[in-house]
Design a protein around this ligand. Structure first.
Ligand code: FAD
Length: 251
C-alpha cells in the first residue's frame, strides 16, 4: 500500500486541531494590514500570522521574491528496458558530473524513472504559464534533453518514454532554502526556494517555521541561509531567466 506522506502529515495536523482548507487557492495577500488579510475563494480572511509556502507559485503572491528565487518546470520520464535484463542490478543513481541526472529503477528492474538538473528545467517566471501536459513539439523538446542518457549511459533503454510527468519547483541563487519574514510585515513568514531538496528537510523546516511563527524566533539558527554565496544570477526576474548554475553541470 502506498501512503502519501503529505496526507498523513495533514491528518496528524488535523488530529492536533489544525483546520485545513483543501483546494482553496489564495489569490492575494495584503501584507500591510494588521492582522494580515488573505483573499480566499470565499472572500478576505484575517490572520495574526501567516506562513507563505507556495513552492514555485510563491512569487505570484509575493512579487519581490522574483529577484531572489526562480520557478522552473521539471520533467521526469519513465523508460522501459529495450532488451530483457538490460537494467538488471542497476541501483538508483545520481550523477553530478560532467552532466547532472538521476535515475530510479522500478522494483522489478524492467524500467527506470529519469530526471535532469536545474539547467535543463523549463524556464518561466510564472508557474501557471507553462504547459504541464507535454504533447507534440513540447514533448519532443523535453525528450531531446534525455537523449544523451539513452545514448551514453543507458543504451538498453527504449527510445520513447512510457510515462512523462511535469512538476513545479523554485530555486534560490544559493540553492539553499529561503526562510525570511516579509520586509513589510514580520507577521508574514516566507518559506520557499527549496531548490530540489525540500522533501528531505521538511520535518526540520516545519519545526523551524512553527517556532518562528509562534515565538518569533527559532532555537535553530537559519541565518546562514541568507548569507550563503550565490551560484547563479537572475538576469530577467519576470521571465525567470538566469545564468547557468555550475552546481548542476548540464549545459
Ligand atoms: C521530480 C521531483 C523530485 C524531487 N525529489 C526530491 C528528493 O528526492 N528529495 C527531496 O528532498 N526533494 C525532492 N524534490 C523537491 C521537493 O519535492 C520540493 O523541494 C518540495 O516539494 C517543495 O516544497 P514546497 O512546499 O515549497 O512546494 P510544493 O511542494 O510545490 O507545495 C506548494 C503547494 O502550494 C500550493 N499553492 C500554490 N499556490 C497556491 C495559492 N495561491 N493558494 C493556495 N495554495 C497554493 C500548491 O498547489 C502546492 O500544493 C523533488 C521535486 C521534484 C519535482
Amino acid at each position: 500500500m502506498a501512503i502519501d506522506t503529505i496526507e498523513v502529515t495533514a491528518e496528524l495536523a488535523r488530529r492536533h486541531g489544525a483546520d485545513i482548507h483543501e483546494f482553496s487557492p489564495i489569490s492575494k495577500i495584503d501584507v500591510v494590514s494588521d492582522p494580515v488579510r488573505i483573499m480566499t475563494p470565499t472572500g478576505w480572511e484575517m490572520f495574526d500570522r501567516v506562513v507563505l509556502a507556495c513552492g514555485g507559485w510563491s512569487t505570484k503572491l509575493i512579487p519581490h521574491l522574483r529577484k531572489e528565487v526562480v520557478t522552473r518546470r521539471l520533467t521526469s520520464m519513465w523508460f522501459n528496458e529495450f532488451h530483457d535484463g538490460g537494467l538488471a542490478g542497476l541501483p538508483p543513481f545520481l550523477r553530478s558530473a560532467p552532466h547532472y541526472c538521476y535515475g530510479i529503477p522500478s522494483r522489478d528492474c524492467r524500467s527506470i524513472k529519469l530526471g535532469l538538473g536545474f539547467n535543463n528545467h523549463y524556464i518561466s517566471g510564472d508557474a501557471d504559464r507553462f504547459p504541464r501536459q507535454l504533447e507534440g513539439g513540447e514533448l519532443l523538446n523535453e525528450l531531446k534533453k534525455f537523449e544523451w542518457i539513452q545514448q551514453e549511459m543507458l543504451p538498453v533503454l527504449s527510445r520513447r518514454p512510457y510515462r512523462t510527468e511535469t512538476f513545479v519547483e523554485n530555486y534560490t541563487r544559493s540553492m539553499l532554502e529561503y526562510i525570511r519574514t516579509h520586509p513589510q510585515n514580520s507577521n508574514v513568514l516566507i518559506m520557499t526556494g527549496f531548490s530540489g531538496h525540500g522533501f528531505r528537510v521538511s520535518p526540520v523546516m516545519g519545526e523551524i517555521g512553527c517556532q518562528l511563527v509562534v515565538n518569533g524566533k527559532s532555537d535553530m539558527d537559519v541565518s546562514f541561509l541568507e548569507k550563503a554565496s550565490p551560484f547563479f544570477s537572475i538576469l530577467d526576474p519576470e521571465k525567470g531567466i538566469t545564468t547557468d548554475n555550475p552546481v548542476m553541470t548540464n549545459s
